[in-house]
Design a protein around this ligand. Structure first.
Ligand SMILES: Nc1ncnc2c1ncn2[C@@H]1O[C@H](COP(=O)(O)OP(=O)(O)OP(=O)(O)O)[C@@H](O)[C@H]1O
Length: 295
C-alpha cells in the first residue's frame, strides 16, 4: 500500500541556507493494509520529516514514496486515503471552534451533498469507533475535553474520510499512561479493520505494544528493521540495544549498550546498507562510515 524506496531529505541550514543537513538518508520500508509499522528513534533522527513527506507536506530530496503504486500527490484524493495525527492535540484544534465545527469543515470539503441525517449517522459512527460518546464531545470546545479525548477526536476526523493509512506521529507522548493505552487500543481496533498505521514514536515500549514491524532510525538512517518480535527479542545493532536498555524493565538490572568496537556486519556482507541477519530481520553495519568498502 505505502512504499518508501531510498527516500532522502536534505534541508538547507545555516544563516543563508549555505549548509545542508541530511535528515533522512535512503530510507526504505513498506506499510501493508491492516499492518502497524512503528518508526522508532530518538529526537532528531528524522521521524517527523519522514511522516511529513509521506503526508505530502514536504517534498523528498531523493527516492520515491508511493501509495497504491502512485507517487504521493497532495490533494483531496490523496487525503481521503491518507491522514496524519500529531503529537499535540491542543495546538491542532482552533480553540474558538467547537468539535462539531471541525467535523463540519470535513463535510463542506469532502461531502457537500450528504444529507444531514446521513452525516449525523456517519459522525456518530466515527466517534463510537474511537470509543467516544458523541453526546459528550459534540458541542464542546477543545479546552473542555481531555488530551486523550482530543486525540481520539482527531482520529475520528480522519476516519470520516474512510482512510486506508494513518500516520500517527507521537500521538500518545503527551498523554498519561492510562489514556495512552486507550488511544493505542483504538489503533489496535482500527488495524483489525484493515487500516495501515505508521506509528512514529521515540518510545520503544509503545511501538512493541502494537506493531508487527519495527523500523529503527538513527541520524536519518535505518539501522535495524524487521518483525517487532525479532527486533525486540534479538536486537543486533548497538543503537537498538541502547534504546532497549533505556526502557525500564521490572526486576531487570539497568544495562548499558555494548560498546561498538568493531564492525559487526561488514565482513558478513553488510557493505551494502542492511545485512539480513535472519528472515525479515535486517541490521546495518554498526560502523558503516568507518568500514572500508568491499569492492
Ligand atoms: N525545516 C527544517 N529545516 C532544517 N532542518 C530541519 C527542519 N526540520 C527538521 N530539521 C532537522 O532535521 C533533523 C530531523 O528532524 P525531525 O524533526 O525529523 O526528527 P524527529 O526524529 O522527528 O525528532 P523529534 O522526535 O524531536 O520530533 C533534525 O536535526 C532537525 O533539526
Amino acid at each position: 500500500m505505502l512504499r518508501l524506496d531510498n527516500v532522502t531529505k536534505v534541508y538547507k541550514v545555516g544563516a543563508f541556507g549555505g549548509k545542508t543537513l541530511t535528515a533522512v538518508d535512503r530510507v526504505s520500508f513498506d506499510v501493508a493494509p491492516g499492518e502497524v509499522v512503528s518508526l522508532i528513534g530518538e529526537s532528531g533522527s528524522g521521524k517527523s520529516t519522514l511522516g511529513r513527506m509521506i503526508l505530502g507536506l514536504l517534498p523528498a530530496t531523493g527516492g520515491t514514496i508511493t501509495f497504491e503504486g502512485a507517487p504521493v500527490k497532495p490533494g483531496k484524493a490523496y487525503y481521503r486515503n491518507v491522514q496524519g495525527v500529531f503529537q499535540d492535540p491542543f495546538s491542532t484544534f482552533n480553540p474558538v471552534f467547537k468539535a462539531d465545527r471541525v467535523f463540519a469543515m470535513i463535510r463542506d470539503a469532502y461531502f457537500p451533498g450528504v444529507p444531514d441525517a446521513d452525516w449525523s449517522a456517519r459522525l456518530r459512527t466515527a466517534l463510537q469507533d474511537v470509543r467516544l460518546d458523541p453526546d459528550q464531545v459534540i458541542g464542546r470546545f477543545p479546552h473542555q475535553l481531555s488530551g486523550g479525548q482530543l486525540q481520539r477526536l482527531l482520529i475520528a476526523r480522519a476516519l470520516l474520510l474512510d482512510i486506508r493509512l494513518l500516520v500517527a506521529d507521537e500521538i500518545t507522548s503527551m498523554l498519561d499512561a492510562s489514556t495512552r493505552i486507550d488511544v493505542l487500543n483504538v489503533l489496535a481496533d482500527l488495524k483489525e479493520r484493515g487500516l495501515g498505521v505508521l506509528y512514529i514514536t521515540h518510545d520503544l515500549s509503545l511501538g512493541n505494544y502494537l506493531a508487527e514491524r519495527t523500523v529503527v532510525l538513527r541520524r536519518g538512517e535505518v539501522v535495524e528493521t524487521g518483525r517487532t518480535e525479532a527486533v525486540f527479542a534479538r536486537p543486533l545493532h548497538p543503537y537498538t540495544r541502547q534504546l532497549l536498555s533505556a526502557v525500564p524493565r521490572l526486576h531487570a538490572p539497568w544495562e548499558d549498550a555494548e560498546p561498538v568496537e568493531t564492525c559487526l556486519y561488514h565482513k558478513h556482507g553488510a557493505s551494502g546498507r542492511l545485512y539480513t541477519a535472519e528472515e525479515d530481520h535486517l541490521v546495518a553495519c554498526a560502523r558503516l562510515s568507518d568500514c572500508p568498502k568491499e569492492s
